[in-house]
Ligand binder design. Structure first.
Ligand code: KIV
Length: 288
């Protein structure tokens, strides 16, 4: 197996220039990241979607900075050949650039991430610019921004009207001006994503934004079939690991009940002589 080379933000820009698609999935723990790191995936996101996939909350706003740091540390322990981005959790950057810098520094330093992702366009461009000036690569995220889903009326497609599509284009331009190295476009019509992708110089990473983006991202639990609470229209399932896990667990339970497991291969033995000696001594000493 040829070990992939870890990409960086210049490589992603070059990939856009050459028309090579960028691949990204989420990751939240050591075991999953160990697999992703061995795969052909270019970049991972320690997403705040971990609030839902890892912790079972209904939305992404429940995850706090401390929990995000736990996920980042676990992922970083396995991520040797993959560029790693982490979400800044809800309300860790909206208060203003100064607070955002303090929290960002923790995710970069303690969480050992390569870059951060913030939700929002024009309204947070100042904070993005401040983080970029301080040397942190920042990915933008516009369209459906789950941290403000309540304000958007739920997890709904954005940019369907001229007005709202125009605002998303303006948001993309504001993020590019602020120095974002890439922009996630979530749940917007493909033609709007195409206009943005052709307008900005930085890569666009789509999720529910069609095939014209420079790259794609999916939540790993969705693509592997490990999350069945709901499945958005834009998710394609590439495996059914949930079913595979059920099969494995049920086989294990059956083998334990039937006395089939553990067999000799999975047990430690002792010579018959030693067993007899042990029994004799236990009896002599009155232990048995
Ligand atoms: O948290 C997340 O998983 C995300 C993706 C949907 C892009 O932000």
């Amino acid at each position: 197996m040829v070990q992939k080379q870890k990409a960086d933000i210049l490589k992603f820009k070059e990939m856009k220039r050459q028309g090579k698609k960028i691949t990204m999935v989420t990751a939240y723990d050591f075991a999953m990241m160990s697999q992703v790191d061995k795969s052909d995936i270019d970049m991972i996101l320690v997403g705040d979607s971990g609030a839902m996939t890892m912790m079972g909350y209904e939305t992404t706003v429940q995850i706090d900075l401390e929990t995000m740091l736990v996920f980042c540390k676990a992922v970083a322990n396995a991520g040797k050949h993959t560029f790693m981005v982490a979400d800044m959790p809800f309300m860790t950057y909206e208060i203003g650039p100064e607070k955002a810098m303090i929290n960002a520094a923790r995710i970069i330093r303690e969480g050992r991430m390569d870059a951060l992702k913030l939700e929002g366009g024009e309204r947070i461009a100042g904070t993005v610019a401040a983080l970029v000036r301080s040397g942190i690569p920042v990915m933008g995220h516009i369209g459906l921004t789950p941290q403000s889903a309540a304000q958007l009326g739920g997890f709904k497609v954005q940019g369907k009207s001229i007005e709202s599509a125009k605002q998303i284009v303006k948001d993309a331009l504001a993020l590019e001006r602020a120095g974002a190295f890439a922009i996630t476009l979530e749940a917007i019509p493909s033609p709007v994503a195409k206009i943005i992708t052709e307008t900005v110089q930085v890569p666009t990473i789509g999720i529910g934004a069609g095939n014209n983006c420079d790259g794609q991202v999916l939540v790993i639990h969705d693509l592997l079939g490990l999350f069945d609470r709901f499945t958005p229209k834009f998710v394609k399932r590439y495996a059914n690991l949930g079913q595979d896990m059920q099969n494995a667990l049920n086989t294990y339970a059956r083998e334990v009940r039937d006395g089939v497991f553990p067999d000799k291969e999975h047990s430690f033995n002792m010579s018959q002589d030693l067993v007899e000696q042990l029994q004799a001594e236990l009896q002599k000493e009155g232990i048995l």
